[in-house]
Design a protein around this ligand. Structure first.
Ligand SMILES: Nc1ncnc2c1ncn2[C@@H]1O[C@H](COP(=O)(O)OP(=O)(O)OP(=O)(O)O)[C@@H](O)[C@H]1O
Length: 252
């Protein structure tokens, strides 16, 4: 039986106004299973980042529940949330969020070092991940000496270093050229299929979304559509393009 990693139930978010006013998200429910690769798409302002922040424990919903690995995030204290983030969640942001003052390898192993892991063990693990992501020759470089694609692959290694049960990525290819985007997405597909890492990614890009197995399309704060990929990525890409065409330039 498929293992539930994330269960989102009747999620609502209203910013400000003490829970009154126009919801940015309303009645959002879906489930993410282990080994899923989910893309969240939708027009600008449809609530994608808001949703990602709620399901990744960065923000709290106005109503509804987010259950991650069996824990209801809405009932956890800040301390419990911090522990859950450290133990179970990897984050990847559009702007890489690497520390400029550290070489790439130190950036990659930082979460392990902060967690008290022995330096030798942390470095060995960091190097192994970096090899997988084609970064073996760049480990001593500082972020300013790396390309955008190398930085984002490094940020992905850092997100994976604690063996999270789920990785959340907000527009991870947003600042990359098409070749670097493809390289990163191939890495995502590889860790998803080989290491069984569950991925939830917000993206505007139909090509990026075509790497996912499930796509949820948000519109006006609700799930407008859920599509499931069959065998062919190309066919899935064309279906996503068709949806973009139907929804107009909104989705792009
Ligand atoms: N902290 C906040 N306070 C008030 N309103 C907010 C806040 N954050 C987001 N919003 C509003 O919520 C709506 C959804 O924003 P969100 O950033 O989630 O959309 P998005 O789909 O990720 O957009 P984009 O694709 O442009 O990044 C927008 O109307 C935005 O102005």
């Amino acid at each position: 039986m498929k293992k539930e990693i994330l269960k989102v139930e009747h999620l609502q978010k209203i910013y400000g106004n003490r829970g009154y006013g126009q919801p940015v998200l309303d009645d959002i429910s879906f489930t993410v299973y282990q080994k899923d690769f989910v893309a969240i798409m939708g027009p600008s302002g449809s609530g994608k980042t808001t949703l990602l922040n709620l399901i990744s424990s960065i923000d709290r919903p106005t109503r509804g529940h987010v259950v991650l690995n069996g824990s209801d995030l809405t009932s956890l204290s800040s301390k419990q949330l911090a522990k859950l983030r450290k133990d179970s969640i990897g984050f990847i942001f559009q702007d890489y969020s690497l520390l400029d003052s550290m070489p790439l390898l130190d950036n990659i192993v930082l979460p392990l070092s902060l967690n008290g892991e022995k330096a030798a063990v942390a470095l060995q693990k960091g190097k192994k991940l970096a090899r997988l992501f084609g970064l073996a020759n760049h480990l001593d470089k500082y972020p300013y000496q790396l390309s955008g694609g190398q930085k984002q692959r490094g940020a992905t290694c850092r997100a994976l270093i604690m063996n999270p049960s789920i990785v959340f990525a907000d527009e991870p290819t947003g600042a990359l050229d098409s070749k670097s985007s493809k390289d990163l997405l191939e890495c995502f597909a590889q860790i998803n299929s080989q290491d069984q890492t569950t991925i939830v990614m917000v993206t505007h890009d139909a090509f990026a979304a075509s790497y996912a197995k499930e796509v949820y399309v948000l519109k006006d704060g609700r799930i407008e559509m859920h599509i499931h990929r069959g065998e062919s990525q190309k066919e899935f890409f064309n279906r996503i393009l068709d949806i973009q065409a139907t929804m107009g330039s909104d989705l792009q």
